[in-house]
Design a binder for this molecule. Structure first.
Ligand code: SF4
Length: 363
């Protein structure tokens, strides 16, 4: 059995909690971060990892760790990476310091993902971020002196955000001149402050209008939308995230992390107490063939290129067109689904209503 070639590490600490966040996170406190790293290192050891092609340290906010903790974390994992591997760290504007960048550079980190989220100071304050746009500009500029492959995250669909606000955000984000941009619509989940405050998500029509503006503007400015929410220039796709979207296996370690090893998906406990006791894995499941098929479509239809017909046949022992005979014709007629010579993919319109397309295939 082949071992996974990717490693995700979840650092659950943040120096503040944003009003929309439903990730697994805790306020940073070295009373917890030290034992948590110790438990994390033991969990990493338990997998006997040889080499991986991608490492992604996310969170939470990895850069909220102290410089010593951050150094020990990178030292723990850096040698797993193959020579041309991709090593990404997520960072927040307020704690991406010169020192952190030096630590990363010297340990082989070659990709940064910076949470800019908005370029409007009023919105940044309203969503609970602790930086201004001007600070984000400075940090991205500083980061470029150390690491050239940079992603910035942007969120759209905030209450009262106008089309004009969105266009300004896009213009500002483009002016940062980075090779990768991730843009997500605001999701209001139940466990968030936004939900308690009654904040509503954009309705579908409005969200589609914003999505179309983003797609058009970014394409016109040389970015390829290679995944539903991700845009890259110069082929600088996120290799790590492509592992998820291609449904490939990966190690997932850290509080609340998920992984996929030897055909089984697992999710780690979200309880710090259990995690510190070494009881990391909470749920483990092997998916049925139907579930695998649904997951395959959900992941691959997010991608501009969709999937290779051969890959589908290898995984499911049947051609895509055979499995979905009788269901694909109307999707093709409506120009939502495209069956090419080698690949099967969704059109722009199809991607915009991907869930509906999948329901009509699986229903
Ligand atoms: S959005 Fe990021 S920085 Fe904000 S609380 Fe969530 S994980 Fe922490």
């Amino acid at each position: 059995m082949n071992k996974p070639r990717s490693l995700y590490i979840h650092i659950p600490f943040c120096s503040h909690i944003c009003h929309y966040c439903d990730f697994v996170k805790l306020f940073y406190n070295n009373k917890f971060s030290e034992p948590c790293l110790k438990a994390l290192f033991a969990e990493i050891d338990s997998y006997h990892i040889d080499k991986v092609d991608t490492i992604y340290i996310g969170g939470g906010t990895p850069t909220s760790l102290s410089d010593e903790e951050f150094t020990s974390l990178l030292d723990k994992v850096k040698d797993f990476l193959t020579p041309n591997g991709e090593f990404t760290v997520e960072a927040n504007v307020e704690n991406l310091t010169k020192e952190k960048l030096e630590i990363m550079k010297s340990r082989g980190v070659n990709r940064l993902s910076i949470g800019v989220e908005s370029t409007n100071d009023g919105i940044l304050k309203a969503i609970g971020r602790y930086h201004t746009y001007e600070e984000a500009v400075k940090v991205v500029k500083l980061a470029k002196q150390y690491i050239s492959n940079i992603n910035v995250d942007l969120i759209y669909g905030f209450p009262h955000q106008s089309e004009e606000d969105l266009r300004k955000d896009i213009k500002n984000i483009l002016s940062l001149d980075v090779d990768h941009i991730s843009i997500y619509s605001l999701i209001v989940s139940e466990c968030t402050k936004f939900y308690k405050d009654g904040v509503k998500e954009q309705d579908q029509d409005e969200s589609r209008k914003f999505y179309d503006i983003i797609l058009k503007e970014l394409r016109e400015n040389g970015y390829e939308r290679y995944e539903i929410s991700n845009y890259a220039r110069n082929g600088k796709y996120s290799r790590h995230n492509l592992v998820y979207w291609h449904n490939q296996e990966y190690y997932g370690v850290g509080l609340g992390a998920s992984g996929y090893i030897a055909g089984a998906r697992y999710t780690n406990t979200k309880s710090l107490k259990q995690y510190l006791e070494g009881n990391c894995v909470d749920i483990k499941e092997t998916l049925s063939k139907d579930e695998l098929l649904e997951e395959y479509l959900l992941c691959h239809f997010r991608l501009e290129k969709g999937f290779a017909k051969n890959d589908f046949k290898n995984r499911f022992d049947q051609e895509f067109t055979e499995v979905f005979r009788g269901k694909i014709d109307s999707l093709i007629e409506r120009k939502l689904l495209i069956i090419g010579k080698e690949n099967v993919r969704l059109s722009d319109d199809g991607m915009a209503i991907m869930d509906n397309v999948i329901v009509s295939l699986l229903g």
